[in-house]
Ligand binder design. Structure first.
Ligand code: PMP
Length: 309
């Protein structure tokens, strides 16, 4: 509840405003907490019918609880309740096309509570919006290794999906854009490849897909896990290991993997053309498989939660 003994005025956007009137939409306020954790999931329209398929919803919700556990936040709802809430929201918003889902949890209370105590009572919000999938296109992006290192488990664990972590990725992104590249790839504290600001990364060399291991300063990405599974099914050998920066320069293919970016080929890295400069066969085959699976025609029904419309 808001404090009743607070001084009357607050300065906001150039003017003194009554403290009680200085409200903000719930969508904005939660992000301000240093301890806020969140998820990003997607619902795809099924290829073969009038329904949405939420992709790996339980894994996303499980990761939300893992992030909350590391941040010592207590979510006042269980996974079952949040799963139901997601489905309620999708139905209420009457989506008939792809939707992005944004659950997040943040401590109740005021922004002055910077050192949020362990076990703080939390609010949980779920928002959603329409998105357009890039999976059916033939896109390629450019990337550059950032001079900003990825945050490390020793200070700010990257496996926590906390808004605070995105300060790091944003610095790297602004540098990349300033230098004319689409996306940064960050090195970790050991100066080996970690990930992009919103996606994991993999390269292909001599037919093998190589991705930095889960202890290399990355989010435990659900798309990465999906990709490794689907590549296995396609008969492509995969390795999870430490990756050197110079391996990026010798790669036949390079691609990002994430809920928002899906499977996104990188066609230039640090100014070097990757392969022949267009999306390569492995990333293209993987993106096609990914598209089939998320739209319900590629197997793995256990990864899909159906919402009829
Ligand atoms: N790394 C970071 C930093 C991210 O923000 C994301 C997006 N959630 C990913 C990787 C990819 O994770 P996922 O595949 O679970 O979306």
């Amino acid at each position: 509840a808001p404090a009743t003994d607070h001084p009357q005025w607050i300065w906001r956007n150039g003017e003194l405003t009554g403290w009680r009137d200085a409200t903000i939409h719930v969508n904005a306020v939660g992000h301000a907490s240093v301890a806020a954790v969140f998820e990003g999931a997607k619902a795809y329209r099924a290829a073969d019918g009038e329904r949405l398929l939420v992709f790996r919803l339980d894994e996303h919700l499980r990761r939300l609880y893992q992030s909350a556990r590391i941040c010592r936040l207590n979510l006042p709802f269980d996974v079952d309740r949040l799963r139901t809430a997601v489905l309620e929201l999708l139905r209420a918003n009457e989506y008939t096309e792809d939707a992005y889902l944004r659950p997040w949890a943040f401590p109740r209370g005021l922004i002055r509570e910077q050192m949020v105590p362990a076990g703080a009572d939390c609010e949980v919000v779920i928002d959603s919006w329409r998105f357009r999938s890039g999976l059916s296109g033939t896109r390629g992006v450019t990337a550059a290794v950032s001079s900003w290192l990825r945050i490390s488990d020793a200070s700010t664990p990257p496996r926590v999906k906390a808004f605070s972590n995105y300060h790091n990725g944003r610095l790297a992104l602004m540098e990349a854009r300033e230098n004319g590249h689409d996306w940064p790839i960050m090195l970790n504290a050991r100066h080996q490849v970690s990930e992009g600001p919103g996606a994991c990364v993999a390269l292909v060399r001599d037919g093998q897909v190589i991705t930095p291991s889960i202890s290399s300063g990355v989010l435990e990405s659900i798309t990465r896990d999906t990709a490794l599974t689907l590549l296995g099914e396609l008969g492509v050998p995969v390795a999870e290991r430490e990756v050197d920066r110079s391996e990026l320069y010798l790669a036949d293919e390079l691609f990002f993997m994430g809920t928002a970016w899906e499977i996104l080929p990188v066609t230039k890295v640090d100014g070097l053309i990757v392969g022949d400069g267009s999306p390569g066969p492995v990333a293209t085959a993987l993106a096609a498989r990914y598209q089939e699976v998320v739209r319900g025609t590629g197997g793995h029904p256990d990864w899909l939660t159906e919402v009829a419309f």
